[in-house]
Design a binder for this molecule. Structure first.
Ligand SMILES: Nc1ncnc2c1ncn2[C@@H]1O[C@H](COP(=O)(O)OP(=O)(O)O)[C@@H](O)[C@H]1O
Ligand SMILES: [Mg+2]
Length: 354
C-alpha cells in the first residue's frame, strides 16, 4: 500500500478498493485492453470445467463408504483408525478431486447458525518440508482454534482432538502430505501414530483424508489397521491407447466451454501427442488443453477451432522446448522419440499450481 493510501472506508457509492478484494481486482481487470478482458471471460468458462471420469465415481463411492463407517461407530469405543488415502503422481488430479469431494459432501457442508458458521472439516495443504508438529499447529489454526504460544514439541497432536471438538471438526484433509514423510522409518511411524491417535481419540475421534504422492504409502506400511481397512484410492497414469477416449473427452468438454470446435482432431494422433506431452498424467492433460485453448482465444486470426499449432505454442511457452522446435511434440513427426512429459513437469518436489 502506498504511504498516501488511507485505511478508511470508501464513501457510499464508491467501490471500497482498500478492503474489498473482488472490487479491487475487478477495477484492475477493467483497465486491461478489451481483447484481454474478452479472453479472460472465455477462459473463466474453461476453468470452471471439471472433466469427470470413472475414477471420480470410484473415489466418491469409496469415500462415502468411509464416511458411513466413520460415523457409524461414533458413539461407541473407537478401536480402529479412520484414515483415507488418495495417492497419485504429481499432476494426476488429486488436489482438485479431493476439493470437489469435500465440497460435494452433504455430511461435511457448513452449518449456518445464529452464533456463526460451523465447518465440519478443515483442509490444509503442505507446500514444502515441514515438521509434523508444525503441521499439527497449522491444522488447529485452520479450524479457527487459538493456538497457545507455549505449545511444546509433540503437544500439538495431543491437543488436536480437544481443539477440533471445540470447533466441531470431524474430518481433517492434509494435502501433499508427502512433505511430512521422511526417509527415516522411525519418524514416519511416529507421524502415523500421531495421526492414528487423533483418529481414535476416545472423546472426539477425527477422520483423516490424506492425499499425496504414492510414497505416502509408507505411513500405512507394517500397520495392519491401515492395511486391513483398505481406505485407498490411487489415481494411476493414463494407459494408452486404451484410455485415449479420456483425452478426447477432455478436449471435447473444454473446447466446447470455450466456444471452439475441434474439427477432426480427435481422429488424428493428437490425443496421443497430448497424452505423451503431459507425461500420461490426467490433470496435466487438462492443463495442457486449457493452455492450448488460451492460445486459440488469443490468436489474432480469431480461429473457430482448436488447432495443433495452438498446442505447439502452449507447449513452447510452458516447457523447456521454447526455441527448440525439434523438441516440441506438436511440431515434429517422430514425437514418440521425444521424452515423455515436460509440459509443466518439474523433477523433484511437486510444484504448486493453485
Ligand atoms: N478432472 C479435472 N478436470 C479439469 N481440470 C482438472 C481436473 N483435475 C485436475 N485438473 C486441473 O489440473 C491441474 C492439476 O491438478 P491437481 O489436482 O493440482 O493435481 P495433483 O494434486 O495430483 O498434482 C489443476 O490446475 C486442476 O485444476
Ligand atoms: Mg496437488
Amino acid at each position: 500500500m502506498s504511504p498516501d493510501a488511507d485505511e478508511g472506508y470508501a464513501p457510499p457509492g464508491e467501490p471500497d478498493l482498500l478492503n474489498d478484494d473482488e472490487a479491487y481486482l475487478r477495477v484492475l481487470r477493467s483497465r486491461m485492453p478489451a481483447r484481454s478482458q474478452a479472453v479472460i471471460e472465455r477462459l473463466n468458462r474453461v476453468n470452471e470445467v471439471y472433466v469427470t471420469c470413472g475414477r471420480d465415481a470410484v473415489l466418491s463411492e469409496a469415500f462415502e463408504t468411509f464416511l458411513e463407517d466413520a460415523q457409524s461407530t461414533r458413539h461407541g469405543e473407537r478401536k480402529e483408525a479412520d484414515i483415507f488415502f488418495l495417492t497419485g503422481e504429481s499432476g494426476a488430479g488429486k488436489t482438485d478431486a479431493a476439493r470437489r469431494l469435500l465440497r460435494g459432501s452433504e455430511l461435511l457442508a457448513p452449518i449456518q447458525t445464529s452464533y456463526g458458521t460451523i465447518r465440519p472439516y478443515v483442509s490444509v495443504k503442505l507446500t514444502g518440508y515441514m515438521l509434523p508438529r508444525i503441521a499439527a499447529r497449522k491444522i488447529i489454526a485452520a479450524s479457527g482454534h487459538p493456538i497457545k504460544v507455549d505449545t511444546k514439541q509433540g503437544d500439538a497432536w495431543s491437543e488436536m482432538s480437544p481443539a477440533l471438538r471445540r470447533r466441531r471438526v470431524v474430518l481433517v484433509h492434509i494435502d501433499e502430505i508427502q512433505h511430512l514423510v521422511t526417509n527415516n522409518s522411525e519418524e514416519n511411524k511416529k507421524l502415523a501414530d500421531a495421526i492414528k491417535g487423533v483418529s481414535i481419540a476416545s472423546e472426539w475421534p477425527v477422520a483423516f483424508l490424506l492425499s499425496g504422492l504414492p510414497g505416502i504409502r509408507v505411513l500405512a506400511k507394517k500397520d495392519e489397521q491401515f492395511e486391513r481397512r483398505g481406505n485407498w484410492v490411487h489415481f494411476p497414469d493414463l494407459k494408452m491407447p486404451d484410455e485415449e477416449s479420456l483425452v478426447v473427452r477432455i478436449l471435447t468438454k473444454m473446447s466446447k466451454a470455450a466456444g471452439l470446435g475441434l474439427g477432426k482432431m480427435s481422429e488424428t494422433d493428437m490425443p496421443k501427442r497430448i497424452a505423451h506431452a503431459s507425461n500420461y498424467r490426467y490433470a496435466r492433460v487438462c492443463q495442457l488443453v486449457r493452455a492450448a485453448i488460451h492460445q486459440a482465444l488469443r490468436a489474432k486470426d480469431e480461429p473457430q477451432e482448436l488447432l495443433r499449432g495452438h498446442f505447439a505454442l502452449a507447449y513452447a511457452l510452458r516447457s523447456r522446448a521454447r526455441g527448440h522446435n525439434h523438441m516440441n511434440p506438436f511440431l515434429v513427426d517422430d514425437w514418440t522419440q521425444l521424452p515423455r512429459g515436460s509440459f509443466l513437469d518439474v523433477e523433484g518436489p511437486e510444484e504448486d499450481e493453485d
